[in-house]
Design a protein around this ligand. Structure first.
Ligand code: ADP
Ligand code: GN1
Ligand code: MG
Length: 370
């Protein structure tokens, strides 16, 4: 048996699935964790599925703190959902502990693994194929924000320090360009210049926060469309997943990251940039739905900064992809050469589109202010 298979076997034995395991295979399109779906066969009943994940050691240095956050947040969400008459086992994640009773299992190679029930009857979309779907994700992320509004933010660990600190992302990018350890900077001078000419933008949200104009809240921080499971029957947002980055943050991070990923009709790694365009109708649909989901709880300043959320999350993500390309693809999973550079280019094309249509974005946000 090769090492990877041996490790997987060891991990499967560390959990009690309540029935014989019939297989475990790679699953999903996440860029960070290694995700497997585990199939079990409980006697004469239907196959039960689980999501088994090896948490990324490149991204998360303290899996113990990460899991403490996730257990705290999922239990809190479960209680809130029950209070509102919902089904906590479909609308919130639930951590299944390994046999040793810890929050996760550490394998003999040092990998940290966690287990969740597979939320059945749901679909995970990679693109906003219809406005209704995108609106549903907006309501779900807005509601998520609402549900966590009384969560004690000071008990949350910062699982990735300075995650959406765009100034810090810029500084790390500059260091990667200066070091250029793989000689890759020559492939991407236009992209490097794109970032350098937007240096001031990187401080806009942080300046507003430091000036006390934008409050810290508990935010998800990774609100891609594929981090919400949609109900197969109703098409509504069912369960928010990928809670690794739930931390104190600005609401514009959650709004902006959804726009970055979803308000267009292309894959994040599309190589034909003529297909990469911001869809302002989708921007409008999401803005309306997200604001509805937050239940009128945002301040006027927060709402005014939403277009900046979209631009900054897109610029920052492009900077992160480009930095990872320059340092040798250490963080984001890649499937081909220059994958991170391709991803960076789609993000910068979207930023340029947003800049061109800035007045339109502001007008849309104004229209949906409550
Ligand atoms: P990553 O951080 O790598 O993106 P995710 O936690 O988002 O990892 O999981 C990757 C994919 O696995 C998701 O996009 C989704 O398709 C699927 N997934 C994760 N958790 C569940 C779950 N509890 N039920 C069903 N599918 C899930
Ligand atoms: C990662 O984990 P996943 O695939 O949902 C990343 C996000 C990026 C995104 C780009 C923990 O999201 O910050 O915006 O890729 N998550 C982490 O697709 O770094
Ligand atoms: Mg994910």
């Amino acid at each position: 048996m090769v090492q990877a298979e041996q490790t997987l076997q060891e991990v499967l034995e560390a959990f009690d699935f309540g029935a014989p395991v019939v297989g475990a295979i790679r699953y999903g399109c996440g860029h960070i964790n290694d995700t497997f779906v585990v199939h079990t066969q409980p006697g004469d009943r239907c196959c039960r599925r689980f999501i088994l994940q090896r948490m990324s050691s490149a991204a998360f240095k303290h899996p113990d703190q990460l899991m403490e956050n996730i257990i705290g947040v999922t239990e809190f969400l479960g209680r809130e959902i029950e209070k509102h008459g919902g089904d906590r086992f479909r609308e919130a994640m639930e951590v299944i502990r390994p046999k040793n009773g810890q929050a996760y299992y550490t394998d003999s190679q040092g990998g940290a693994w966690r287990l969740y029930p597979f939320v059945e009857g749901t679909v995970c979309h990679q693109a906003a194929d219809t406005p209704e779907l995108f609106a549903a994700s907006g309501r779900a992320f807005g509601r998520f924000q609402q549900l966590l509004k009384d969560y004690p933010a000071d008990t949350l660990y910062e699982t990735i320090p300075r995650f959406h600190d765009t100034e810090d992302r810029l500084a790390r990018f500059k260091a990667a360009v200066a070091a250029d350890k793989l000689g890759r900077a020559r492939d991407c001078q236009p992209e490097i210049d794109f970032v350098l000419s937007r240096e001031k933008d990187c401080s806009v949200a942080l300046d507003a926060m430091r000036a006390g104009r934008l409050p810290l809240r508990v935010t998800h921080n990774d609100t891609k469309l594929n981090n919400v499971l949609m109900d197969e029957q109703t098409g509504e947002g069912m369960c928010i997943i990928d809670l690794d980055t739930v931390m104190p943050g600005l609401v514009l991070y959650d709004f902006g990251d959804s726009i970055r990923f979803g308000a267009n009709h292309c894959a994040e790694d599309e190589t034909d940039l003529s297909k990469v365009n911001l869809d302002t109708d989708l921007f409008a649909v999401y803005t309306k739905a997200f604001l509805e989901g937050t239940g009128g709880s945002l301040t006027d300043e927060e709402i005014a900064y939403l277009p900046w959320g979209a631009k900054l999350m897109t610029l920052e993500c492009g900077i992160r992809f480009l930095t990872d390309y320059l340092v040798g693809d250490e963080y984001f999973h890649i499937a081909r050469e220059k994958h991170n550079l391709d991803r960076c280019r789609t993000q910068f094309k979207l930023v340029a589109d947003m800049e061109e249509r800035w007045a339109e974005l502001e007008a849309i946000v104004n229209q949906y202010r409550q």
